[in-house]
Design a protein around this ligand. Structure first.
Ligand code: AP5
Ligand code: ZN
Length: 212
């Protein structure tokens, strides 16, 4: 099964993808995580991606699509995957469909997580991430037991560079799922809209229900 998670920055795509992956065994593929890994390792792709990420803009389609296609050619994505942060537009959606069609597969569900702007700003400003295992936290909504330390692995927590208020503003302006992308999945009959402004557990339950 191939699932696409859609939603604005801070909607909870990454958090819910981690939970759904744990519940279903689907591999979690996040283009944002892949770019951040390249930035950390200071690769050529990381240097290019960082020019866009630091301004709150999308990385060009060509490099993003190439990276994603390479990723889904690996064995762990042969039978299914959950995409978090990809596709962001209909060019990327078309490229994904083409790659999946080549193996006789398709996007089975596109789950749109809806959250108001005010709540998105609060979520991004309070987000902390484990440097070691990637577990996501929120200082008020989902705090770690010990401040600054991951419950799951004891790793150190950090805040993303692009969660600074000026970059958050740009991301919210430029990176909401565009109407034509939502329409693309609606017409394919696979779109499900989920109210993301509920507790973490309620949103997880609604998403799992939508992919059953
Ligand atoms: P990416 O990493 O994908 O960032 P994003 O889309 O901005 O999404 P976020 O990761 O910020 O938010 P999220 O929805 O995952 O929310 P989260 O679960 O963390 O992309 C980063 C950059 O990479 C982009 O700007 C772009 O430059 C580039 N990029 C990536 N993909 C690309 C592509 N396909 N094409 C081109 N460029 C691309 O939750 C947020 C916080 O809220 C957390 O603290 C969490 O604990 C809390 N929270 C979550 N759910 C709840 C809840 N129900 N109640 C209370 N708190 C909650
Ligand atoms: Zn951890």
């Amino acid at each position: 099964m191939y699932i696409v998670l859609l939603g604005p920055p801070g909607a909870g795509k990454g958090t819910q993808a981690q939970r759904i992956a744990a519940a279903t065994g689907l591999v979690h593929i996040s283009t944002g995580d892949m770019f951040r890994e390249h930035v950390r390792n200071n690769t050529e792709l990381g240097q290019l991606a960082n020019q866009y990420m630091s301004r709150g803009e999308l990385v060009p389609d060509e490099v993003t699509i190439r990276m994603l296609i390479e990723r889904i050619s690996r064995d762990d994505a042969k039978a299914g995957a959950m995409f978090d942060g990809f596709p962001r537009n209909i060019i990327q959606a078309g490229a994904l469909d083409e790659a999946l069609a080549a193996r006789g597969a398709k996007v089975d569900r596109a789950l749109l997580i809806k959250v108001s702007d005010e709540e998105l700003v609060a979520r991004l400003g309070g987000r902390w991430i484990c440097r070691n295992c990637g577990r996501l936290y929120h200082e008020r909504n989902d705090p770690p037991k010990k401040p600054g330390i991951c419950d799951a692995c004891g790793g150190e927590l950090y805040q993303r560079d692009d969660d600074r208020p000026e970059v958050v503003r740009a991301r919210l302006e430029k990176q909401k799922p565009p109407a034509d992308l939502i329409d693309y999945y609606r017409r394919a009959g696979v779109l499900r809209e989920i109210d993301g402004e509920r507790s973490l557990d309620e949103v997880t339950a609604a998403l799992l229900e939508a992919i059953r």
